[in-house]
Design a protein around this ligand. Sequence first.
Ligand code: GRF
Length: 245
Amino acid sequence: MKLRNAMPAVSALNLFEPVAADRSDLGGKAKVRVAVLVSGNGTNLQSIIDHSEAGKLDVAIVCVISNRSDAYALERAEKHRIPAYHVNHRSFPDRESFDAAVLDIVKKHETELIVLAGFNRIISQVMLDAFPLAILNIHPALLPAFPGNHAQREALLHGVKIAGCTVHFVDSGTDTGPIIAQAAVPVFDADTEETLSRRILIEEHRIYPGVIQLFAEGRIRVEGRKVLIIHGTECSDDFLENPRF
Ligand code: GRF
């Protein structure tokens, strides 16, 4: 494990614009301490950082941890003076011991919420037990369709007309946890995996900070598989259609 940057650092909702009234309730309370786990480019991390620095999130990003040393997300963290760590999963005999090493760092930073942002490892029971209903993930599909890797490619191959993204609590399955929020985008005939991914990412960057803020405001209630947003604004009852008629 390697500390990339020991500099202290801190660091966004309809659902997805800040709710002024509820924020005032926070008064002088401490911000929710968030650890972000990444493996790649980190555009979702960047969006969370940007919303946070713009004062739209009542959270402090206390550390960023990657299982890959070459993850550009680590550089993003360093640029914003957020402690960034590489924990090589290949150095551990199993998922549990890797997760335990990640947990050591997370706990050292007194983390309250773990946010998976393009983190390509399955979370073991060790981490789930340590953070019950406090690990979020974002997935580039309208779950429960297309869980796992290559969701956008599979959506295209399947010929769906509407795709999107989902923020959900992490459980022991692959992208199976209770769904907190989803956003939809149209799929066009000319789409490639890249163009569709880009369209979905725009929504990811909007709803992920939104859900994190809901968590920070204590407005997410889980009843079985169903997630209720306290004082949430639901979208209008207009339906989505593609093509348009
Ligand atoms: C996103 O599409 C996210 O939904 C998926 O991995 C991708 C990460 O992108 N889990 P980035 O690293 O945040 O740019």
